[in-house]
Design a protein around this ligand. Structure first.
Ligand SMILES: [Zn+2]
Length: 246
């Protein structure tokens, strides 16, 4: 079993974040960035004096400076969804049915340095990237996505080192989580458009995630070929849902 978790929404693997668990709990991090002045926020808003380097530094400092607030918001959203979201509650039940023991403690809000919304690690559980999640809907899609990985891990014994296995669970997670749901207008305009949007969105997101696996090493063409190889059977497999319901 590989120790590589999935790093979702990213071209790179989200390896380190969940391992920060202990350091985060043991001591309150001390802010080490530059002072968070009004001028810096203003530069960001206006773009004045913002070279790419300065922008990166600013974003990093914002994530650090507001870490407590972001963490609290993420945890509040997580707890609300665990109580009220139909898809999150359904998936919690399904993971429990296949003997997975997901609890609030195994769904962690943390600061991520990579461009990813969340991740799943067989040992540590689910990661929610507190500084990358826009709003509660985004947290909901991300939780549902990672819970599909948790379900697959328990039910189908995913070998995370096998890129075809990874491609398959990524296809399923993107299809079933609702993150590829089309806009309402497309729904109304016609089924074929709906299906086409959904399929290309799932392909794109699965390819991106697979490209982050060490064996694929960012090669998007190779990732695309792996996704193609398993796409049809994994896209059709909607377990534990009877069908894709949104
Ligand atoms: Zn994923």
């Amino acid at each position: 079993m590989s120790s590589n978790p999935t790093g979702d929404g990213a071209a790179t693997q989200g390896t380190a974040d969940l391992n920060h668990e202990t350091s985060v709990q043991d001591s309150k991090p001390v802010y080490k960035g530059k002072p968070m002045t009004w001028f810096r926020h203003l530069s960001y808003i206006t773009g004045y004096g913002m070279t790419p380097d300065v922008l990166d530094e600013y974003k990093r400092d914002v994530d650090d400076f507001y870490a407590d607030k972001m963490c609290k918001r993420c945890e509040d959203n997580r707890d609300w969804l665990l109580t009220y979201s139909p898809i999150v509650r359904f998936m919690m039940d399904q993971v429990r049915e296949v003997n997975g023991n997901l609890t609030t403690d195994s769904i962690k809000c943390m600061r991520c340095t990579k461009d990813q919304a969340g991740g799943f690690h067989p040992k540590y559980g689910i990661l929610l990237c507190q500084n990358k999640l826009r709003d509660r809907d985004h947290v909901e899609d991300t939780m549902a996505h990672e819970m599909v990985h948790a379900y697959d891990h328990m039910r189908f014994k995913v070998d995370w080192d096998n890129v075809k296995h990874l491609a398959c669970t990524e296809i399923r997670a993107s299809t079933l989580s609702g993150e590829c749901r089309p806009y309402q207008e497309w729904m109304v305009r016609g089924q074929w458009k709906f299906l086409r949007h959904m399929e290309s969105c799932v392909r794109r997101r699965a390819t991106l995630s697979v490209s982050g696996h060490p064996k694929v090493n960012g090669d998007m063409e190779m990732a695309g070929r792996i996704v193609d190889q398993v796409f049809d059977s994994c896209y059709k497999d909607t377990r534990p849902f009877r069908e894709v319901y949104r």
